[in-house]
Write a protein that binds this ligand. Sequence first.
Ligand SMILES: [Zn+2]
Length: 191
Amino acid sequence: MPGQSHERELELPEELNGLSLRRQRLTDRRNVLALLIDFKQHNCQNEEQYYRETAELQEIDKQLQALSQRKIQLQMEQDQIGGTHNILIDTSVSSPIIVESPPSFPAPQIILDVQELPRHPSQTQCPYCHEYITTEVTKITSSTSCLMCFIFIMFGCVAGCCLIPFCLDNCKDIVHKCPKCRSHIFTCKKL
Ligand SMILES: [Zn+2]
């Protein structure tokens, strides 16, 4: 009966623990009694109590013996269950291998060629401190913005419209910096 033996397997350590605890208590009590009896043998005043304690001591001895026997029995049983349990494992059907599907998002790509860094924070190896980092990006006014502004002025947009290119992110240069050593890594130029 595998179910029963499994239950027994769970019960056994608990029972053994309880048994050890009981044995410990009995042994303690026995030691106290033995001391008392020894003491009273020398100065015996209350005979009745002396006999009662001696009887208790004998009773404890009996109980301890019984507990020892029970412990050996339990340990044997535990070994037996342990043995059959191992056999059960050996003969049991191997569990199916679960293959996890790959994550739906792409793995972060480390761009080793800094010349190919895109226009957003990217993972790369800093060429200066050689740490693997995610670059910090800042937008700076590019020559494209100046050129666009110039073209706008040429077409007569002088009432402020010529400044629009300076506000467009797409017209700006992107500067990649290392967050660790603060070195300038690469500038993505618009032109
Ligand atoms: Zn660096």
